[in-house]
Write a protein that binds this ligand. Sequence first.
Ligand SMILES: [Zn+2]
Length: 434
Amino acid sequence: MRSAIRASLFDFSADPSHNAGALRYIEDGLLLIEDGTISACGEFAQLRDRIDAQVTLHDYRGCLVTPGFIDTHIHLPQVDVIASPAAGLLEWLERHTFPVEATFDDPAVAADAARFFLDELARQGTTSALVFGTVHRNSVEQLFQEAQRRDVRLAAGKCLMDRNCPAPLRDTAEGGVQESADLARHWHGRGRLSYAITPRFAATSTPLQLQLAGELARSRPELLIQSHVAENVDEVRWIAELYPDARSYLDVYDRVGLLREGAVYAHCIWFDAADRARMQATGTAAAVCPTSNLFLGSGLFDFRASLDAGMPITLATDVGGGQSFSMLETMRSAHEVARLNGVAVTALQLFYWATRAGALAMGWRDVAGRLEAGFDADLVVLDPRATPLLARRTARAGSLEERLFALIILGDDRAVRETFIAGRPAKPGAEPIQ
Ligand SMILES: [Zn+2]
């Protein structure tokens, strides 16, 4: 199946934080797509001869097309927890999150959530995500089945949690890691799916479980790793009590071999210079979750110190601690959090963190996050005239940076004109009002 997309195109060959020439922008561009993969990208005038009668042309002149958003930290079961009131992280887990997660031992519940979840990601222009299931193996199996049916590039893992949580949500050190290994054997590399070793966080795993997770990571270097770290001051204090020998919260994971390329840690707020240096040295990425951090009052990610340390940065919604599935809204929050730390991050940085940086963090260097021949045709089509206010502001925008900045500050799912997954339009239609 062959198709083509005509629009203004942009992507990044490198990190614009450190490389002024990283942006590529083609005002009147054409993407050629064959069997879900980009086969050519360039000026419309130069590629137009390749549009023959067998090619379906999608004409999005006036819109911007870039690689689809990659959400590097999100929880499948928390679609039903989003927007729940609580005093802080630990109370929010006890009161809202754990009771809902307990219902995911029912495959029908997990399957229903997976369908909604993948629809909502596509509605927001998000084409890939790194996802926490629940402790139940079938939460991940239902999600993988649905993602495979839709041909979504997706990574997920079952939570490892063998203490400090309600009994129905508890696995065992050996049993949980064995289940993870079984799931990885079955799903990793199948279609466009990846498996992530997923200790929930150091408080809900025993030292033995973390050690076994580290051993699994060592024996399967191709697997991803995901967890939470240094989100909230109460949590950091608790971890220090549980692991008195560790130098820091991050060190708990470091000592068992859970930092490396392909490892992604959510939050990374209460870090010191040594933590940031370890993230950089090991190639471990931060999933920065600003809407969640503001919603739960967890703290402000330090963009300046993290950039100075060369720590890999990506952006994530952290639904349901996060209050939105939208990566545009997540970028806006990231901008506000950086402002509060005295840093003005640019629209180019924010788009890079929301697209290509996520692909690199997940080890998808040669397949995702670029508009290049051989890369996945996973794309978002953004409409800078989606609302009257956005259209009015865009009309006065003098540069691409200004247009993208307006999309971030004023945009939401209305600005996502279409989402392409493996070359096919995938944004769900408007739901009928009942
Ligand atoms: Zn989270």
